[in-house]
Design a protein around this ligand. Structure first.
Ligand SMILES: [Fe+2]
Length: 252
């Protein structure tokens, strides 16, 4: 509460972390209404934080059960958020794509460890069980506040652009865009990191593989966006040492 009433004072106050800005002389009813509104906002933020805590705990549970997914979820969420923004997913929905990526394999909680940890190839019966994990995962995340957005992503992350994926055999744009995004970044991350039966592939090999299967396994437009994005990230990494060198020359 303040006697200052210029716009720049209000902007400075709000930028410094104030929830609201009340100028003197204040109206008692308005002040009470504004405090009540600030408390409602605080409640909403607290609830969101609770949900995020549950999400992180669930993801940690997957990683504990399936060591192959160690740190995989966090990396995926980062790539998925980038690709969602590049693909023009509306800003309010972008975070759900990140959560969908983080939780895409949560249904593996319902799959036996003998299958998850089996070093050799799975037989038909084991594959049938493994393929249940997207549907199990969707049921787990449905009760979350953003469940209506996240569940279709979790359920659809093994669908394929040509309609030969599972569990629903959806094709092309009938597959939710979040699921199409997660399937691409999931495949890329799996290829570029070590598995018990093989070392991680070189980035260039993984990118060539995405190009090979775009249009059959993956949404071709999204693959192009993702590969352009990876190239930009690589350029940034190369540019950084040059900036550093320039800085050192300036100092010297
Ligand atoms: Fe999966």
């Amino acid at each position: 509460m303040t006697g200052l009433d210029q716009t720049r004072d209000k902007v400075a106050g709000l930028s410094a972390g104030a929830s609201d800005f009340v100028t003197k002389p204040f109206d008692r009813a308005e002040l009470l209404a504004r405090v009540a509104s600030a408390l409602r906002t605080k409640d909403a933020v607290d609830q969101l934080e609770d949900v995020q805590g549950v999400l992180v705990a669930l993801a940690a549970a997957i990683e504990a059960k399936d060591p192959l997914t160690k740190d995989h979820c966090a990396r995926l969420a980062g790539h998925a958020l980038d690709l969602a923004r590049l693909a023009g997913v509306d800003a309010a929905t972008v975070p759900s794509v990140g959560y969908g990526a983080f939780l895409h394999d949560i249904g593996k909680i319902g799959i036996s460890e003998a299958i998850l940890r089996k070093p050799g190839p799975l037989d038909d019966r084991e594959w049938a069980e493994m393929r249940r994990h997207p549907a199990i995962g969707a049921r787990i995340v449905e009760p979350l506040r953003a469940g209506t957005l996240i569940a279709p992503i979790v359920r659809g992350h093994h669908e394929r652009w040509d309609g030969t994926g599972y569990p629903d055999g959806l094709a092309s744009e009938t597959i939710p865009i979040g699921a199409r995004i997660v399937s691409i970044v999931d495949a890329y991350d799996a290829m570029t990191h070590d598995r018990p039966y093989r070392a991680g592939l070189a980035v260039s090999v993984a990118q060539a593989e995405l190009l090979r299967v775009k249009g059959s396994q993956f949404d071709p437009h999204l693959v192009d966006l993702f590969l352009d994005h990876l190239a930009e990230l690589a350029d940034e990494r190369i540019a950084m040492p040059m900036d550093l060198a320039r800085g050192l020359r300036l100092v010297g």
